[in-house]
Write a protein that binds this ligand. Structure first.
Ligand SMILES: C[S@@+](CC[C@H](N)C(=O)[O-])C[C@H]1O[C@@H](n2cnc3c(N)ncnc32)[C@H](O)[C@@H]1O
Length: 253
């Protein structure tokens, strides 16, 4: 699967955007000292790192289905409980946490509503469930927009990520409602990331991470060169800053 990759590859491909997203998302979710929080779909630990700083290791639990990410999260966060599990089947009792957070995960869940119901189940009554997903719609402000625009110039039938759950405005709130959550609020979060050179921006796409990395990996060398050059044409001269947006929702159980 797209996330059976080394943690370092993930850090270079997506961590560069998800690490700065984590504090703004935790803030939106109202994470605060004294709470027990679960980070669902933790990856190698972008949000986990911030939660540990905020709450201390014993207050943080993290899960991810990817074995390599679970190994990395365990190594990086001694004292944090890290389990290999999917959102749809969380190995914890009802009401075990004050809050359940899923950063950039709902769009990869096999069954997003079932996953959100599980987040709600393991959260105490009146606790918080919060999630965010990049604004992946065509013309949106997700971090992969230039890349998918270039792909679709060359291959209009390529799948992309714009149809994934939660990737368009309002859809996370719809999913939260279907999962039986209440007092739902939706907003957006923006982070700014500087890229020193085009190569630094492009190279992580070749590491096979996520659907974008899977697509590059399936191209022949000519196709890869053509895509790289199409991306280069679409980006400003380096160094450049990209401002990327995620849709987010929070609710009470
Ligand atoms: C884009 S990464 C986000 C990782 C991390 N939360 C971050 O912000 O960097 C998506 C993560 O979702 C995980 N994932 C995929 N399907 C999942 C599911 N059904 N339940 C929970 N996590 C899932 C992947 O293994 C991957 O670590």
């Amino acid at each position: 699967m797209s996330f059976a990759v080394a943690a370092d590859a993930y850090d270079r491909f997506m961590g560069r955007y998800s690490v700065p997203l984590a504090p703004t998302f935790a803030d939106f979710a109202g994470a605060a000292r004294g709470q027990r929080v679960i980070d669902v779909g933790c990856g190698p630990g972008a949000l986990t790192t911030h939660l540990v700083e905020l709450l201390g290791p014993p207050a943080v639990t993290a899960v991810d289905p990817s074995e390599s990410f679970v190994d990395a999260a365990r190594e990086r966060h001694p004292g944090v409980t890290v389990e290999q599990a999917a959102a749809e089947h969380l190995p914890f009792p009802d009401g075990a946490f004050d809050a359940a957070l899923a950063q950039l995960v709902v769009h990869f869940m096999t069954d997003p509503v079932a996953g959100l119901r599980e987040l709600a189940r393991v959260t105490r009554q009146d606790g918080v469930v919060a999630a965010c997903v990049w604004d992946h719609v065509a013309g949106g402000q997700g971090p992969l927009r230039v890349y998918w625009d270039a792909v679709h110039d060359l291959d209009p039938d390529a799948p992309g990520e714009s149809n994934l759950a939660g990737a368009r405005e309002g859809h996370l709130a719809e999913l939260f409602e279907s999962a039986g959550l209440r007092d739902i609020e939706e907003s957006s979060l923006t982070v700014h990331v500087e890229h020193a050179s085009f190569e630094e921006w492009w190279e992580p796409y070749t590491l096979g991470v996520g659907p974008a990395g899977d697509y590059v990996a399936a191209l022949d060398p000519e196709g890869r060169d053509e895509l790289r050059e199409r991306c280069r044409e679409k980006l400003p001269p380096a160094p450049f800053t990209v401002s990327v947006r995620a849709w987010c929702a929070r609710a009470r159980t």
